[in-house]
Ligand binder design. Structure first.
Ligand SMILES: Cc1cc2nc3c(=O)[nH]c(=O)nc-3n(C[C@H](O)[C@H](O)[C@H](O)COP(=O)(O)O)c2cc1C
Length: 174
């Protein structure tokens, strides 16, 4: 079977090189809104999504992430926008909820011709004092559990097709 949704799911790839051009606000809002329609435990809508386009804040986030990673390059691949997804520490299933939000946004972006890559280490970032300062700078509570982020922007170049799926990835038991 095939349709636009299945095509977008199959054609989405992690994008690690971005054009400098910013994505339009309308597209960003559509992606963020798609995130808000993800399923959440008990329908509580626990996740919080923060899109960052401020260059000083992006630099601070990239430096902290790189420090945790032990890298010198920008872990967000110099994308024009970073989207952070987190949940308050009293959320019931923060990782599951936020992962659904992240995936929804990745597929929505793909459908708009926009590339994304899940960027990790948000958990460690917002556990440390420097990260908590950044949460405050973003007008958020300090008690957030970081789950993941997206680097998002127009892809530079064309990614290679997805690797073949492992043959025993799923089974159907009737
Ligand atoms: C939980 C998780 C963490 C990830 N962290 C990173 C990361 O920090 N940096 C990165 O470049 N890609 C990261 N990725 C992207 C994976 O490397 C990528 O999805 C995988 O290689 C498959 O490639 P595809 O997305 O193009 O299908 C992450 C993906 C997931 C689901």
């Amino acid at each position: 079977m095939n349709n636009e949704t299945l095509k977008n799911i199959k054609e989405r790839r992690s994008i690690r090189a971005f054009k400098k051009e910013q994505i339009p606000d309308e597209a960003l809002k559509a992606v963020l809104e798609a995130g808000t329609y993800a399923p959440t435990s008990r329908g509580m809508q626990a996740p919080i999504i923060v899109a960052v386009q401020n260059e000083q804040l992006k630099e601070k986030l990239a430096n902290l992430n790189a420090q945790i990673m032990g890298a010198t390059s920008n872990p967000y691949y110099d994308a024009p926008t970073y989207i952070l997804v987190m949940a308050p520490e009293d959320a019931r299933y923060p990782v599951h909820d936020c992962s659904c939000v992240l995936e929804n946004m990745m597929i929505a972006a793909q459908s708009l011709g926009i590339g994304t890559c899940w960027i990790h280490r948000e958990k460690e970032m917002f556990e440390c004092e420097e990260g908590k300062q950044l949460l405050q700078e973003m007008g958020l509570q300090k008690n957030m559990i970081g789950v993941g982020a997206l680097a998002i922007g127009y892809p530079e170049g064309t990614p290679s097709p997805a690797k073949p799926r492992k043959p025993d990835y799923f089974k159907i038991i009737k």
